[in-house]
Design a protein around this ligand. Structure first.
Ligand SMILES: Cc1cc2nc3c(=O)[nH]c(=O)nc-3n(C[C@H](O)[C@H](O)[C@H](O)COP(=O)(O)OP(=O)(O)OC[C@H]3O[C@@H](n4cnc5c(N)ncnc54)[C@H](O)[C@@H]3O)c2cc1C
Length: 259
């Protein structure tokens, strides 16, 4: 694989390079380089300041795009206030990948199997993008990066007193999810997200509404979930298997939430 590596030191330089070369942003490269991207120009984000911090404002935790899963795993405030994201980070790949792979790359690869994204969608997180000015939008609605936008951070509200993440893969480490699921709730309102069940990580709105009622009917909730997900057959699992797994993971998460 041959490519030109650009190493800008500001967001504006990175944007300019993206627009002039049509290149691809590079964080840790655990997706781009492994997938043998044909990009001729790679624009490293590594030397741009301000993308590697974790800040707790009380109401939200802001995680820079270049923060690694290893750093998330070791971060006390994420462990305490965002257990589902912490769990998703701990269950991503193996230690070597977690040491390099970034949360921005997990969002930027737009994989339906991105573990952190499932936790972030359930937690109602927002992504901050830079395209010459800063914009925010829900992680849930992000399907592409327009006009060379750079993900600068993800802002995760800490209002949910409960959150949990579950994943089923072929083995414990270095395993892409066959299905993953996250639930977050503030005692009244619950948000459920599932990965590997649609072309993108899915916010399960109908099931979330059923889980946000006073007396939760578990069978009804499981049926709603199976009717709103759209899994496919692939080399990791079949549609039927994924539907069965989704019912089981929902039951497990609901029991953890004490509903
Ligand atoms: C062996 C192995 C196991 C894995 N296991 C898992 C797993 O269990 N769960 C899981 O979710 N993933 C897994 N992955 C996938 C991958 O490691 C993660 O998705 C990781 O978070 C990608 O981050 P990165 O920094 O390496 O991204 P990169 O490869 O650098 O980039 C990925 C994409 O995002 C774009 N991008 C990156 N950062 C930005 C930014 N700040 N702004 C705009 N665009 C950006 C890039 O242009 C590229 O298109 C695995 C990968 C490998 C190789």
């Amino acid at each position: 694989m041959r490519y030109r590596l650009h190493i800008p030191t500001t967001l504006d330089q990175a944007l300019e390079l993206k627009r002039s070369t049509g290149g691809t942003y590079l964080a840790a490269g655990t997706v781009i380089l492994v997938n043998h991207s044909h990009a001729e120009d790679l624009i490293s984000l590594e030397k741009i300041p301000g993308l590697k911090s974790i800040e707790d404002s009380g109401e939200a935790i802001t995680i820079g795009a270049l923060v690694t899963f290893d750093e998330i795993e070791k971060c006390r405030c994420i462990m305490d206030k965002l257990p589902s994201l912490h769990q998703a980070a701990c269950l991503t790949a193996g230690p070597q990948i977690r040491h390099r792979a970034t949360i921005g790359g997990n969002i930027g690869c737009f994989s339906p199997a991105s573990d952190a994204v499932t936790a972030l969608v359930a937690l109602d997180a927002q992504v901050e993008l830079y395209d010459g000015s800063y914009h925010r939008m829900p992680v849930e609605g992000l399907r592409e990066l327009k006009d060379g936008s750079i993900i600068t951070s993800v802002i995760v509200p800490t209002r949910f007193c409960f959150s949990a993440f579950e994943k089923v893969g072929k083995r414990n480490a270095m395993s892409v999810s066959v299905l993953n699921m996250a639930l977050a709730g503030d005692g009244k309102l619950f948000r459920l997200a599932a990965g590997c069940t649609a072309p993108h990580v899915l916010f399960c709105s109908r099931t979330s509404a059923l889980l946000s009622t006073d007396a939760v009917d578990m069978e009804k909730a499981k049926d709603a979930l199976v009717s709103e997900i759209r899994p496919i057959d692939d080399r990791w699992g079949t549609v039927e298997y994924r539907k069965a797994v989704s019912r089981n993971l929902l039951e497990k998460l609901v029991s953890e939430a004490g509903l």
